[in-house]
Write a protein that binds this ligand. Sequence first.
Ligand code: 5GP
Length: 191
Amino acid sequence: MNFLEEEIIKNGTIKPGNVLKVDSFLNHQINPQLVYEMAKEWQIRFKDKNINKILTIEASGIALATMLGYILGVPVLFAKKSKTSNLGNDVYKAEVKSYTHNTINNIYVSKSYLNENDHILIVDDFLANGCALLGLLSLCNDAKAKVEGIGIAIEKGFQEGGKKIRDLGYQVESLAIIDSMDSFNKKIKFR
Ligand code: 5GP
C-alpha cells in the first residue's frame, strides 16, 4: 500500500453516492507533506515529458498543482468556475458536469495564459466519470495546447472516467486507484 492509500484508509470516509470524503487531508484541510509526496511522485512518472505549465480546476486541484509547479519550476493555471469581470471576454470556455453537486457549470481560462506553445500537465484531485478532465482537455484543445499527461490523486476505478480518458490516448497517472468501496462495511479495495 502506498502513502496515499494508507492516508485514505486512515482518514477517508465513504459517503452515499460513491463519494469518498477526504476533507481532513485534501479537500478542506490540506496535508502539505502528503501533497509534496504526491507531487514528487508525479515528477517521477512524467520525468520524460517536456512540461511548461500545470493546468487544474478550482478549488481542490490548486494545492496539488501549485506544489507540482513549484517542484517542476513552471507556472500553474487553474480553470475558474465563474467568469468574474476581471477575467475579461477573451476566454476559452468548456462545460463540466459536477460529480459532487450534480450541476452543469462552465469553466474558463483566459486566452492570455493558454496557447499553442504550451505543453500541459493536467492535475486534479479525483477522477470519477471524467467530466472535469474532458472540460480541461477541451480548453487545451481550443487553445491548441499540447497535453503531455494527466496526474490524478484518487481515481475511482469502478467509474468510467479513467478508461474513457486513457482510450483517448492520454497518459493518466493516478496515485491511488480504488477498485471498490463499500459504505456499509467501510471497506476500500485498491487496484
Ligand atoms: P468527474 O468529473 O471525473 O466525474 O469527477 C471529478 C471531480 O468531481 C473532481 O474534481 C472532484 O472534485 C469531484 N469528485 C468526484 N468524485 C469524488 C469523490 O468521491 N470525492 C470527492 N471528494 N470529490 C469527488
